[in-house]
Every structure is written in structure tokens, then in C-alpha cells.
Design a protein around this ligand. Structure first.
Ligand SMILES: O=P(O)(O)OC[C@@H](O)[C@@H](O)c1c[nH]c2ccccc12
Length: 260
């Protein structure tokens, strides 16, 4: 359970010579009763881990696709509490590790210690909290450690070398290498020296390094993965689920297999 389950999933994927593929979905998008089936589909299609977004009213890092999915979920009455209860309901049958992506506010509202315990009970293995800077982590790290839940840190393109060093040292589960400046959503082009940036991060970090933000095609999956340990894909997955285009999700996952 928890951090160990996450580490094992990455290790097994990378040992096979595959790259890690982490799809992001918004919890409650299409109704919370869809979640079990969506996670089963991603698990059976060969995803390594799923990043599950908690809908929030003020999602500062989210681009249009994910914002819209979040609003819809909020309209459907989806909350952190309900997502955790639903995850707990089928945790025994779920094999794929789950990383929750939530802003810090819903965690405060829930209560930090209660939240960490509820996550452990629900079979949540890791957390991404994009608006929690290193300086503020003290508020939560102890509780997460006790509950054996990994805290995944994000490295921005604008992070200084000293900060990157600290992030690479502290991160658990994996290091989320943000590939663009700005919000989530598909991009046609990445900055020129992104390959070198990812390779340098991967060299420096003991945990797997995954590139995310703006990845939407199998070519991008292959190209970016070749410079690090894998990718996170969000907006494209959310769109494809909306459009009932599951074949393109399978194609993206397939592109992460046997990448050199
Ligand atoms: O949608 P994209 O561009 O593929 O990016 C991944 C992203 O959606 C997912 O990881 C995510 C959704 N919301 C976030 C907020 C911060 C960091 C990451 C995220």
C-alpha cells in the first residue's frame, strides 16, 4: 500500500524496458459512478499509475479542458469526501496505484490529519499538491509519512538549480517535471532545450522523473519519454474520455512501451 506500491509499479515498468505512463482523469467527470470502470480501463490498458484530480473551485494551474471537467464534477456534487469514500469502496479489487491531485485548500477544510488517514483507508498511494511550496510542506509531511503516502514534488522550468536540487532530494514516488510555463493543456511545441533539461533532472534524481503538461500525441510520448522515465498526460485523456475515443488513449499508452 501507499508509497511502496507506487515505487513497485514504477520499478516493474522500467525494469521491463517500458517507460511509465500516468494518465490524469478528473474524479466525478461523467459521474462518480463511472470512476471504477474508468480506472479498470486504464489499468487494463497498461497505465502505470493513475493521477486522479479532485474538483476545486479555483484551479489555478488547470487549463480549459481540466477546468471544465472540474466544474462539471462540482456541479454533480463531487467532493473530496465522496471521492475518498468511493475509492475505499473498491480498493480491494484495484491493482493500479492512485495519486490524488488536489489543491491544498480542500485538504485544510478536511483537516490535515483526518485527510492523511482517510487517504490511507481509501488506498490512495500518493499526492500531488501543486500550490504547496517546499516552504509550506511542514504543515503536512509528517502526517503523510505516518500514513505512508508519497508526496510527489513538481519541478518548474523556472525553478533555480538550488531549488531543483532540493526538490529532487525530497520527492517521493516520482518527480513531476513540468514541461511548460503556464497551465495544463495541449501544446504543439516545447521549448528548445527541454530534452537536455529532462535528461539533467533524470540524472540528478533518484526517483523516476516524469514529464507532464502539454503532452497529447504518441510522438510526443515517445520523444519526451526518451529523455526521462515517462510522461503524465491529462487534457488529452480527459477529452478522449468525453468523446468516447478510448482507442486514442490505448495508442498513447502503447507509445510508452519499449521506448529506448
Ligand atoms: O493536461 P496536460 O497538459 O496533459 O497536463 C497534465 C495535467 O493535466 C495533470 O497532471 C494536472 C491536472 N491539473 C494539474 C495541476 C497541477 C499539476 C498537474 C496537473
Amino acid at each position: 500500500m501507499g508509497k511502496q506500491k507506487l515505487d513497485k509499479a514504477f520499478q516493474e515498468t522500467l525494469e521491463k524496458g517500458d517507460k511509465a505512463f500516468v494518465p490524469y482523469i478528473m474524479a466525478g467527470d461523467g459521474g462518480l459512478d463511472q470512476l471504477e470502470e474508468q480506472l479498470t480501463f486504464l489499468q487494463e490498458s497498461g497505465a502505470t499509475v493513475v493521477e486522479l484530480g479532485i474538483p476545486f473551485s479555483d484551479p489555478v494551474a488547470d487549463g480549459p479542458t481540466i477546468q471544465a471537467a472540474g466544474l462539471e464534477a462540482l456541479d454533480n456534487g463531487v467532493s473530496l469526501r465522496k471521492v475518498l469514500a468511493e475509492l475505499e469502496r473498491f480498493k480491494e479489487s484495484r491493482k493500479i496505484p492512485i495519486v490524488l491531485m488536489t489543491y491544498i485548500n480542500p485538504i485544510y477544510a478536511f483537516g490535515v490529519e483526518k485527510f492523511a488517514n482517510a487517504c490511507a483507508k481509501a488506498g490512495v498511494d500518493g499526492l500531488i499538491i501543486p500550490d504547496l511550496p517546499l516552504e509550506e510542506e511542514g504543515l503536512i509531511v509528517r502526517k503523510l509519512k505516518d500514513a505512508e503516502i508519497a508526496l510527489i514534488r513538481l519541478a518548474a522550468l523556472t525553478s533555480t538549480p538550488e531549488r531543483i536540487e532540493e526538490i529532487a532530494k525530497r520527492t517521493e514516488g516520482f518527480l513531476y517535471a513540468v514541461t511548460v510555463t503556464g497551465t495544463t493543456g495541449a501544446r504543439n511545441e516545447f521549448k528548445q532545450n527541454l530534452a537536455e533539461h529532462l535528461a539533467a533532472l533524470t540524472e540528478r534524481c533518484n526517483a523516476p522523473v516524469l514529464a507532464g503538461f502539454g503532452v497529447s500525441t504518441p510522438e510526443q510520448v515517445k520523444e519526451l519519454s526518451s529523455h526521462c522515465n515517462g510522461v503524465v498526460v491529462g487534457s488529452k485523456i480527459v477529452d478522449a474520455l468525453h468523446n468516447g475515443d478510448r482507442a486514442s488513449i490505448v495508442e498513447l499508452i502503447e507509445a510508452s512501451k519499449r521506448v529506448k
